[in-house]
Design a protein around this ligand. Structure first.
Ligand code: FAD
Length: 519
């Protein structure tokens, strides 16, 4: 690896201080300007006419790229995405500017919102919540985009009923390799419609999406149920998810190998005398640490304002901020500093040196693995053995049968209409890192093997250590390949594996993955 400069070493060695002193205020300023920019953009843009013009400009850029013979990608700066890797392959590609940031229309009768791909989760809740709606799968983190979630994956606490966010898509409008604008729904271009989720922009560029929305109420009544044994936790999770009257929201947090909390929620209006918790107020303890209290106090219930609920893990960046700024959940930090919000992942990636990226790759885990519910306890046990990180995020998700249009995810076993899976989110610093006993590649590959052996899936935003064969064993590529041929994507876009594996220079440093790089 090349020699690091003094500045790079300073950034790497004083990361916690740099994040608190610089990244947090910088994120606040960046976020303020971003919001202002978005407001100006929306106020002065005549949405529907300008959308059509912008799409025509994208089609022209794509035709130019197609004729140049180069592979294409979006021009979004790699540091702006939430995924771990920095897509340095982009510099050699034909980059297509997709500056589409508007909500185009809401059809309250049909319960559909039509929006552009750069609309973020924060934008969509700001737009929909005052109108009394939310996405049917209202994903958590403020900065995630509709484009990333539809072309990648999106999951939330309504997924036990609705499935992944992709199941709530009614239509996708895509510019394919030769610049054609194609509309894909369950009836029209159904094959393409089912091949697009998880394809990561390797079949075409998304320019608009229609998504199902749900009516909401002002609050969510949340019940916190503590468990002191993994077995009891699993039994309750199975019981809740299998019930025909399953709660609207189900989420779990494993707080140790044998203890956890199940949170079940329903939309509610406030009854008199209700306990209200405005959980995202900056001085409040983080949501997961608040939930963990139930292990000592016993079960409790409270009312959370709906927008606070939808973004309850944003202030703590799920469970990642505690590892970046170890004192960020202390009262003094929250009262003095947390009003500026959490550091933006984008800005942290922007200041990330190669050395730091490599350290992150080797020592930090951010994985979501989705396995059939019967393998959930095994996934917790394996995570304990490999990483010993808590909390773990537990989110049930229903996978549906897509008949002949079986995409990357296989149809449920035994011909069932749907099958329950559990997403286990493992984020943080593995215990073995401190003692030097931790080997990221070995641990990741064991987790990945477990996922394949249990007919599960690894989310592709994470650092993936699979070989191409293993990757294709996990995700069924048949429909995807047919769509690559049909829509002339083979030469125009990289293939999904090439797009989601860690940077080439990282793989060149990992013995087990070297062959794959030179292959
Ligand atoms: C801290 C953290 C928290 C997270 N929390 C959640 C969570 O709560 N729920 C959840 O489901 N996921 C979560 N994720 C994972 C997240 O789902 C993925 O990163 C996802 O792909 C969206 O991220 P993004 O908006 O940054 O998209 P990007 O990374 O920008 O996009 C994902 C892929 O889609 C492609 N793409 C984007 N826009 C277009 C377009 N217009 N046309 C064609 N292709 C396009 C990109 O090229 C890329 O390959 C989290 C990730 C992190 C790091």
């Amino acid at each position: 690896m090349r020699k690091t400069t003094f500045f790079e070493s300073f950034l790497s060695n004083n990361r916690e201080f740099v994040i608190a002193a610089f990244a947090v205020p910088a994120s606040f300023v960046y976020g303020t300007f971003q919001n202002l920019g978005n407001w100006i953009y929306r106020t002065f843009r005549n949405t529907n006419t300008q959308h059509e013009e912008a799409v025509k400009a994208i089609q022209a850029q794509v035709r130019e790229g197609y004729n140049s013979g180069k592979t294409m990608c979006t021009a979004r700066k790699p540091w702006k995405t939430m995924s771990m890797r920095s897509a340095d392959f982009k510099q050699d590609m034909h980059r297509v500017e997709i500056n589409l940031r508007n909500v185009l229309e809401v059809d309250e009768k049909r319960r559909i919102v039509r929006a552009e791909p750069m609309v973020t989760m924060a934008d969509i809740t700001h737009f929909l919540v005052p109108r009394g709606f939310a996405l049917a799968v209202q994903v958590e983190m403020d900065d995630l985009t509709l484009g990333g979630l539809c072309m990648g994956v999106g999951i939330e606490t309504t997924s036990h009923r609705e499935g992944f966010l992709s199941e709530t898509i009614e239509a996708l409008e895509v510019v394919t390799a030769n610049g054609e604008l194609v509309r894909a729904t369950r009836e029209e271009n159904a094959d393409l419609f089912h091949a697009l989720p998880w394809s990561h922009g390797t079949l075409g560029f998304l320019v608009a999406v229609e998504l199902r929305i749900m009516p909401i109420k002002s609050h969510v009544k949340l019940d916190y149920e503590p468990f002191h044994s993994l077995r009891d936790f699993c039994v309750r999770l199975e019981e809740l998810t299998a019930s025909p009257d399953a709660p609207t929201f189900i989420e779990g947090l494993m707080l140790s190998r044998d203890s956890g909390v199940i949170l079940k929620g329903e939309f509610a209006t406030l009854p008199r005398g209700a306990t209200i918790n405005r959980i995202n107020n900056y001085y409040k303890p983080w949501f997961y640490s608040h939930a963990a209290r139930s292990l000592e106090t016993g079960a409790f219930s409270e009312y959370i304002p709906v927008r606070h609920y939808f973004h309850r893990h944003t202030p703590s960046v799920f469970f990642q901020l505690k590892d970046l700024i170890r004192f960020a959940n202390t009262a003094w930090y929250r009262y003095l500093w947390a009003w500026m919000g959490a550091p933006k992942i984008a800005l942290m990636k922007f200041t990330m040196t190669r050395e730091l990226r490599f350290q992150t790759f080797e020592a930090r885990v951010a994985q979501d693995v989705v396995v059939p519910i019967e393998f959930f306890a095994d996934s917790v046990e394996l995570s304990a053995e490999l990483f010993d990180i808590y909390p773990l995020w537990v989110c049930p998700v229903r996978l549906f049968d897509h008949g002949e249009n079986e995409g990357f995810l296989r149809n449920p076993a035994n011909g069932a209409a749907s099958q329950m899976y559990i997403d286990l989110g493992i984020y943080g610093l593995p215990k073995g890192v401190e003692t030097g006993a931790y080997d990221q590649v070995k641990a990741s590959r064991r987790l990945e093997k477990f996922v394949r052996d249990s007919d599960g899936y690894q989310m592709l935003y994470a650092d993936i250590c699979m070989t191409r064969d293993e990757f294709e064993q996990m995700l069924d590529h048949r429909l995807y390949r047919a769509m690559r041929r049909k829509h002339m994507a083979e030469k125009a876009f990289p293939d999904v594996y090439e797009k989601v594996i860690p940077e080439r220079w990282i793989r060149e440093h990992i013995d087990e993955l070297k062959d794959e790089v030179t292959a």
